[in-house]
Design a protein around this ligand. Structure first.
Ligand code: CP
Length: 356
């Protein structure tokens, strides 16, 4: 199978290594469940592949036969706009048949279990299941009960790996090498799967990550003003005392959605106080480096965690994140599903030696 990006003269997914011996022993990756077990080499290969995919998304006729004959199901147990639509678009551009299943319109609403839902879909012969679920770990469970490739499209508070890949892609395309760059992440760290995945992703790429949020939105054992040790799994993560310290000299400022559904749990005094003390606005962006990027994974609560002025201002790459989502998810689907897919992707042996 020809990688669709080669037609455009771009480097195809998984062919960035010149080391033939590396390619001989590596089993293809079947699932994308988290970023924990992705090496820096694998991440770079996916981002390189996404470059070619981005070129395809910009063509007048956005269609390739790369995944023709493959069936991809998006199985969403939670609401979504960006992730579900971009996966659907990604699969369709690659020529796959994409079927969308949501909990509210499926037999899940009649009481069918997750296991029986997966077995039912599996019986129809499918190639990939893109899963969003409110319970952390659900995609892992599913991956144990299907032959299809499983992609985690966000599970509970756990992980959102393709969001992080598209965030990395957006930063790489704007500022290049992330090693040593300062990334400030401001918002709900305790409950955010994006925060967890993005901290891991940026740290893997060698960036220095600082977070800022109310004391109530970090794990109990973490202390503002400290730097985490390796035993936490986030070694080197800085916990700023306040948002000004976090965004000071930052190369990237990322605001996270304040999950208003948490209000009743007493984590926030009020949305107005949150906005006053942690909201990203022009005054706070002025503390960051010149040309610093402003990011938000969406959906945004404008006027709460981010002001409308900066959300749609010159430094904002929020729309670019959404645009890049299609290319990055094309790269993921192609890597997992393409016939004769590259053996370069997958397994610890595929490390390119620059693991952060
Ligand atoms: N960023 C993100 O996951 O957005 P959706 O919930 O709209 O998919």
């Amino acid at each position: 199978m020809t990688n669709p990006t080669t037609a455009a003269g771009n480097n195809p997914a998984g062919e960035s290594s010149n080391d033939a011996s590396e390619e001989m022993f590596v089993a293809p990756r079947q699932h994308l469940l988290d970023l924990d077990d992705l090496s820096v080499g694998e991440i770079n290969d996916l981002l390189d592949s996404a470059e070619g995919m981005l070129e395809i998304t910009g063509r007048d006729i956005r269609k390739t036969p790369a995944l023709r004959g493959k069936t991809i199901i998006t199985l969403f147990f939670e609401n979504s706009t960006r992730t579900r639509v971009s996966f659907e678009q990604a699969g369709k551009i690659l020529g796959a048949d994409v079927i969308n299943v949501t909990a509210s319109t499926s037999s899940v609403s009649k009481g069918e279990s997750l296991l029986n839902t997966v077995k039912t879909l599996q019986a129809m012969k499918i190639d990939a299941l893109v899963v969003r679920h409110p319970h952390s770990g659900a995609p892992y469970f599913i991956s144990n009960h299907t032959d299809a490739s499983v992609v985690n499209a966000g599970d509970g508070m756990h992980a959102h790996p393709t969001q992080s890949l598209l965030d990395l892609f957006t930063v790489r395309n704007n500022i290049g090498d992330m090693a040593g760059k300062k990334i400030a992440i401001v918002g709900d760290v305790l409950y955010s799967r994006v925060a967890r995945s993005d901290i891991l992703a940026f740290q893997k790429m060698g960036a220095e990550v600082t977070i800022s949020c109310p004391n109530t939105l970090i794990p109990d054992e973490w202390t503002l003003g400290s730097t985490l040790g390796d035993e936490t799994g986030f070694g080197g993560l800085k916990l700023a005392r306040n948002v000004e310290e976090a965004v000071d000299s930052a190369d990237v400022v990322m605001a996270l959605r304040i999950q208003q559904e948490r209000q009743d749990a007493g984590h926030l005094p009020s949305l107005r106080e949150y906005s006053d003390r942690w909201g990203i606005n022009a005054k706070r962006m002025a503390l960051a480096n010149d040309g610093a990027l402003l990011m938000h994974p969406g959906p945004m609560n404008e006027g709460v965690e981010i002001s409308s002025e900066v959300a749609h201002g010159a430094q904002s790459v929020v729309e670019e994140q959404v645009r890049n989502a299609v290319a990055v998810r094309m790269a993921v689907l192609y890597t997992l599903c393409a016939p004769g897919k590259s053996s370069r992707i997958g397994g610890s042996e595929s490390n390119s030696g620059n693991e952060a």
